[in-house]
Design a protein around this ligand. Structure first.
Ligand SMILES: *[C@@H]1O[C@H](CO)[C@@H](O)[C@H](O)[C@H]1NC(C)=O
Ligand SMILES: *[C@@H]1O[C@H](CO)[C@@H](O)[C@H](O)[C@H]1NC(C)=O
Ligand SMILES: *[C@@H]1O[C@H](CO)[C@@H](O)[C@H](O)[C@H]1NC(C)=O
Length: 326
């Protein structure tokens, strides 16, 4: 009798553990392809590495692609679909880069294990590999996402924008199950990458009613920005988002925010707003606050983001080619 209850409780324990995993990970898990395509991680990694070796700026491109994929229709590869009025044709996605890296990995994966690995999983793995190559932390990427069949430019309005207030940024993240700490952590991905002058030049001239610059810009940094982005200069000129360390994945981005050296208005506002500032301070190790380690938290928030509205099981499909629905 005791034995019966013991077995029942063990069975119940495993049932609950599996149910909890499915709720938390929504059906994705680390090692999903271990028996069906055991080389998936090394194939994606080598595709990212060969691209990164010839052009390191592919790293922020792939990280941003994953983020833009997940916020629209969930992490389902919908960003990759070609055609008129698909997500990739929408304003916020026009400057995305790295599609060829995903296609290259997919071609190799179709040779190694045809019809098995989703394009959505390739993006999730490639984003992690890109961060590692840029000197950032690694983390275990749960896989098992399936590819979506819907990609509409009109769905991209829920992507966070560079003029969004902190409240709007928080709301857009909350709508995807991400909290204020996730917001600050994931924006910290701007430790790598650049922005064109066109997305922040309005802060440098005639920003205030009296014609001055955005007062949150550090006064010794402002003339540097103005000389890189003159009022009538080249709008496509690119400036590092993490001044002094734009190709290295580290936590100096948060020190730049503290010093008024953020580039995008939406980034700098994380220091102005009390609710987000406290997380920036915790990443900076300000005395009296419980410290947070950026490299550890980044992986955790990335895993959360990578599980947004994922399609698993029999939902969606495994695309044959990443740029087209089957
Ligand atoms: C600056 O902004 C004010 C108020 O919006 C406007 O009247 C003025 O023409 C602007 N000046 C320039 C140089 O753009
Ligand atoms: C940022 O830092 C570099 C030094 O690495 C400096 O040369 C550059 O002019 C700085 N300013 C801007 C706006 O990028
Ligand atoms: C402006 O930037 C310099 C150099 O990073 C820094 O030492 C200074 O504290 C900053 N000023 C403000 C007001 O943040």
């Amino acid at each position: 009798m005791g034995n019966y209850f013991k077995q029942l409780s063990i069975a119940l324990f495993f049932f609950l553990a599996i149910a909890a995993t499915m709720v938390l990970g929504q059906g994705t898990r680390v090692g999903f392809y271990s028996s069906t395509c055991s080389r998936v991680e090394s194939i994606v990694q080598s595709a990212v590495r060969s691209s990164f070796n010839s052009n390191p700026t592919i790293a922020p491109g792939l990280l941003r692609m994953h983020f833009h994929d997940c916020f629209v229709q969930g992490c389902d590869g919908s960003i990759l679909i070609d055609g008129s009025n698909t997500e990739k044709t929408a304003g916020p996605n026009l400057l995305l880069r790295g599609y060829e890296v995903i296609d290259n990995a997919k071609t190799q994966l179709e040779n190694a294990c045809p019809g098995v690995v989703s394009c959505a999983d390739i993006i999730a793995l490639a984003a992690r590999d890109a961060v590692v190559l840029a000197g950032g932390p690694g983390w275990a990427v749960p896989t098992g996402r399936r590819d979506g069949r819907v990609s509409l430019a009109s769905d991209t309005s829920n992507l966070p924008g560079f003029t969004d207030s902190v409240d709007v940024q928080k709301q857009k993240f909350a709508d995807k199950g991400l909290n204020t700490q996730d917001l600050v952590t994931l924006v910290g991905g701007h430790t790598i990458g650049t922005s064109a002058c066109q997305f922040f030049r309005y802060r440098l001239y005639n920003f205030t009613s009296t014609g001055g610059a955005d007062p949150s810009i550090n006064s010794s940094f402002l003339p540097q920005l103005q000389s890189l982005c003159p009022a009538n200069g080249d709008a496509s000129r690119r400036v590092g988002l993490d001044n002094g360390s734009e190709n290295r994945f580290d936590s100096s981005f948060f020190a730049n925010l503290r010093d008024g050296r953020g580039i995008l208005e939406s980034d700098q506002m994380l220091w102005t707003d009390a609710s987000t500032k406290t997380f920036v301070q915790r990443f900076l190790g300000i005395r009296g606050l419980l410290g947070l380690t950026f490299s550890a938290e980044f992986g955790k928030s990335m895993v959360k983001m990578s599980n947004i509205e994922v399609k698993t099981g029999t939902n969606g499909e495994i695309r044959k080619v990443c740029s087209a629905i089957n």
